[in-house]
Design a protein around this ligand. Structure first.
Ligand SMILES: *Cc1c(COP(=O)(O)O)cnc(C)c1O
Length: 406
């Protein structure tokens, strides 16, 4: 068997389809967000990051750094084991209390990442319900899809944010058959939000459990940063809220917030919760500091909304093809994998602007895009520079393409 040839063939296939991912090596520096040093082939260079999921710069907030530093000094580096085998630290217990309070749920459960939280929770809950059928939005994240696959139960996909379609599918099932509706509040590639209240209405009417991924919304929306469900006053109508500690909260880790029995079920049956070393105390205290800080401070959220609005206005004025949405995520459509990659290379090489191309399978083929995530630390000047750079990148790539074809 030529094992390596088979691996190489598949890698070459990825490359020929412009789907091969190349990483950009960056060093971030405390106090300089969103600048970073790019260790380019030609040596180190300053770049501005425009695609970070550290949406609010909490990854270098003094409150978070202080909490992590003192926790490391007191408790050391690792957790020492799984939650069951000596890994349940006071730090995690306190973090879970804070997360339950943030979402006004009776309990929360911390896992090692948002991905693991989805996979472990969905597989555990669905696995405990006989003959369950899962209703999943077609744009749901890979971690949700993986959690559903694990159970091998029936899965029904509804069209993105389409409640009429969802209702048709729900109607087709017996009322007493167990059902879970799984969806996200902010869809990170289109930057749109879901009709949470309407989906909760349907869940009530058809007797379904609701599971909401708020990964791109926690820390960002709602009076206390509890997400879009909190902002719209509908969090109490959602059974399970899932979030990450790695994006707006700037650390790492994932969680669910729900009632006692649901959290206990995942705690007791979730493989990805049980059989892995717990989140270390320093990370848990860092996340706790971030959650608590963003519960009371709204400066970051407000400033971010303002800068997102400014960026959208300027992109519109420059006739750049943005996908309109009601969030902080601003997709600029390119609709071609090769051009998308070339635009990003041009931005990086010629303008010291770092944006990652978003290609298939993250988005459907033909809808390739740049995904901009303006934050509170992007100045007006940076926004102007970005818009100018994008205009020249688009015309540069257009000129190149017409040369090749003409
Ligand atoms: C990033 C992401 C996750 C995974 O969260 P991590 O903490 O990064 O593992 C889950 N769901 C969605 C929608 C995401 O974008």
């Amino acid at each position: 068997m030529h094992y390596r040839d088979q691996f190489k063939n598949r890698l070459n296939q990825l490359k020929s389809e412009n789907r091969y991912r190349s990483f950009v090596e960056l060093e971030r520096h405390v106090g300089r967000h969103p600048y970073a040093t790019w260790n380019s082939p030609a040596g180190p260079q300053d770049v501005v990051i425009w695609c970070s999921n550290d949406y609010l710069g909490m990854g270098q907030h003094p409150a978070v750094i202080d909490a992590m530093q003192s926790a490391i000094v007191h408790s050391g580096s690792g957790a020492g084991g799984t939650r069951n085998i000596s890994g349940t630290s006071t730090a995690i217990v306190e973090l879970e209390k804070a997360l339950a309070a943030l979402h006004h749920k009776s309990r929360a459960l911390v896992l090692t990442s948002g991905y693991v939280a989805n996979e472990a929770s969905i597989s555990a809950l669905a696995g405990l319900l006989d003959d369950v059928v899962i209703f999943s939005d077609e744009m749901n994240h890979a971690s949700i899809i993986s959690g559903i696959r694990y159970v091998r139960c029936e899965k029904v996909i509804f069209r993105h944010n389409d409640c009429v379609h969802l209702e048709t599918l729900l109607q087709a099932q017996p009322l007493d058959r167990p059902k879970i509706i799984i969806f996200e509040s902010v869809y990170s590639m289109d930057g749109d939000t879901s009709p949470i209240a309407e989906i909760a209405d349907l869940a009530q009417k058809y007797n379904a459990l609701t599971y909401l991924d708020e990964v791109h919304a926690v820390g960002m929306y709602g009076e206390q940063g509890g997400g879009v469900a909190q902002m719209r006053g509908v969090a109490d109508r959602i059974d399970v809220i899932q979030g990450t500690l790695g994006k707006a909260f700037g650390v790492v880790g994932g969680y669910i917030a729900a009632d006692d029995v649901i959290c206990d079920a995942v705690r007791s049956f979730g493989s990805g919760f049980i059989f892995t070393t717990a989140l270390p105390p320093a990370l848990a205290y860092g996340a706790l500091a971030s959650v608590q800080y963003l519960q009371s401070s709204t400066i970051e959220r407000d400033r971010q909304k303002q800068q997102a609005e400014t960026l959208k206005q300027k992109l519109r004025r420059a006739n750049l093809p943005i996908l309109e949405g009601d969030t902080h995520i601003v997709p600029v459509m390119v609709n071609d994998a090769d051009n998308c990659t070339r635009i990003c290379q041009f931005l990086l090489n010629e303008h010291q602007i770092y944006v990652q191309p978003i290609n298939y399978p993250t988005v459907p083929k033909g809808t390739e895009r740049l995904r901009l995530t303006p934050g509170p630390f992007h100045s007006d000047r940076m926004i102007d520079d970005l818009v100018d750079a994008l205009q020249s990148a688009f015309s540069h790539v257009e000129a190149e393409t017409s040369q090749q074809t003409g």
